[in-house]
Design a binder for this molecule. Structure first.
Ligand code: ADE
Ligand code: ZN
Length: 340
C-alpha cells in the first residue's frame, strides 16, 4: 500500500462499534492486576500467556479471554482497563466508541455490578472531558448461559440504566441461537434500550435472520456469513442494517484462512453498511488502525472505500443527529482537504 493511503487510514476520523472492553486487556495489564489483586494465573509469565494466543476457533479464544478477565475485581481495575483502551483508540483517531462489556463474567465471581459499570463509565467520562471523545456502554448477555441468567443480569444492571445505552449477545455462538433470548430482548426493547447481537460469525445465516426477526436488533455484530444467503444479503442492504466486521478477529479465529480471502469488499459491493472494528484487540493482534491497514493491504480497497468505511462507522453509531452530523462533516472535511 502506498504511504498516502496508509496515512489516510491512520488519520481519518472513525468510530469503533465492536470492541469487548475485556478483550482490550493486554497481557502486561493482566499480570499487573493479578499482582495487585493477589489473583493466581495459570500462566507463568507475560510471554507464556501471549504464547497461548494461538486460537483454532471462537471457543479456544473464549476460554483464555474469560481466564484473563478473572483479574478484574475493583472499580479501579475496570477504570484502568478502559482508560488504557481509550488512550490507544485516541491514537488511532477514534472519535466515538461503543464498548461491549460482559457483566456475567464478573458478577459470577462476586464482583458487584456497580464496580463494573461505574469503572468503565468513569473512564469514558474522563475521555470526553479531556479529549472530547464520545462513548457509550452496551451490556452483552453471554449466550452460553441461560435466558434466566440474562434476566437476573438485567435486573442487577437496571439501577444503572442511565449508564448503558443498549444490550448485545456474545460468547459461544454455535448451538445458542438468538431465539434462546427472545423474551429478555423483548423486555430490553420495552425499556427503550438499543439492541445488537453477534450473529453469522461462526453461526449460519439463519442466526442473522432470527437476530433481526426475533430479537429485532438494529445492528449485526460480524454477520460475515450473510453472503451465503442472497435474499438475506439483499434485505440487510435494503434495510441498511449495519454489520460491525472485525477482520483480524476473523483471521485469528479462523473464520477466514487469510485476509486476502476476507469478504469485506464483497460485502461493500453488495451495498451493505459495513464497518471495521477490532473486537478483542489485545488478543487478535491489533487495534483499529491495524485492522484497517492489514485489510487494505490484503484486498484491493481504495481511498474511496476508506471514506465509505469512515462514514459508515458514524452512520451506524447510536448517536444523536447533531453529533452524527458533526462527525460526518469532519470525515468529509478530512477527505476533501487531502490530496487523493
Ligand atoms: N466475546 C468476545 N469476543 C467475542 C467474539 N468475537 N464472538 C463472540 N463472543 C465474544
Ligand atoms: Zn465480538
Amino acid at each position: 500500500m502506498n504511504d498516502a493511503l496508509r496515512h489516510t487510514l491512520q488519520q481519518m476520523p472513525k468510530a469503533e462499534l465492536h470492541i469487548h472492553i475485556e478483550g482490550s486487556l493486554e497481557p502486561e495489564l493482566i499480570f499487573a492486576l493479578a499482582r495487585r489483586n493477589n489473583v493466581a494465573l495459570a500462566f507463568e509469565s507475560v510471554d507464556a500467556l501471549r504464547a497461548a494466543y494461538a486460537f483454532t476457533d471462537l471457543q479456544s479464544f473464549l476460554d483464555i479471554y474469560y481466564a484473563g478477565a478473572s483479574v478484574l475485581l475493583t472499580e479501579q481495575d475496570f477504570y484502568d482497563m478502559t482508560r488504557a483502551y481509550l488512550l490507544r483508540a485516541q491514537q488511532d483517531q477514534v472519535r466515538h466508541t461503543e464498548l461491549f462489556f460482559d457483566p456475567q463474567t464478573h458478577t459470577a465471581r462476586g464482583v458487584p455490578m456497580e464496580f463494573v459499570i461505574n469503572g468503565i463509565w468513569r473512564a469514558l467520562q474522563d475521555a470526553q472531558q479531556e479529549w472530547g471523545m464520545t462513548g457509550a456502554l452496551i451490556l452483552c448477555f453471554l449466550r452460553h448461559l441461560s435466558e434466566d441468567d440474562a434476566f437476573d443480569t438485567l435486573e442487577l444492571a437496571l439501577p444503572l440504566r442511565d449508564k448503558f445505552i443498549g444490550v448485545g449477545l456474545d460468547s459461544s455462538e454455535l448451538g445458542h441461537p438468538p431465539e434462546k433470548f427472545a423474551r429478555v430482548f423483548a423486555k430490553c426493547r420495552q425499556l427503550g434500550l438499543h439492541l445488537v447481537a453477534h450473529a453469522g460469525e461462526e453461526g449460519p445465516p439463519a442466526y442473522i435472520t432470527s437476530a433481526l426477526d426475533v430479537l429485532k436488533v438494529e445492528r449485526i455484530d460480524h454477520g460475515v456469513r450473510c453472503l451465503e444467503d442472497a435474499a438475506l444479503t439483499a434485505r440487510l442492504a435494503h434495510e441498511r442494517i449495519p454489520l460491525t466486521v472485525c477482520p483480524l478477529s476473523n483471521l485469528k479465529l479462523r473464520v477466514v484462512d487469510q485476509l486476502a480471502n476476507h469478504n469485506l469488499l464483497q460485502l461493500l459491493d453488495a451495498g451493505l453498511v459495513v464497518t471495521v472494528n477490532s473486537d478483542d484487540p489485545a488478543y487478535f493482534g491489533g487495534y483499529m488502525n491495524d485492522n484497517f491497514i492489514a485489510t487494505f493491504e490484503a484486498l484491493p480497497l481504495t481511498r474511496e472505500h476508506a471514506r465509505v468505511l469512515a462514514r459508515n462507522s458514524f452512520d451506524a453509531a447510536f448517536l444523536d443527529g447533531a453529533t452524527r452530523h458533526k462527525y460526518l462533516a469532519e470525515v468529509d472535511t478530512f477527505f476533501d482537504g487531502q490530496p487523493a
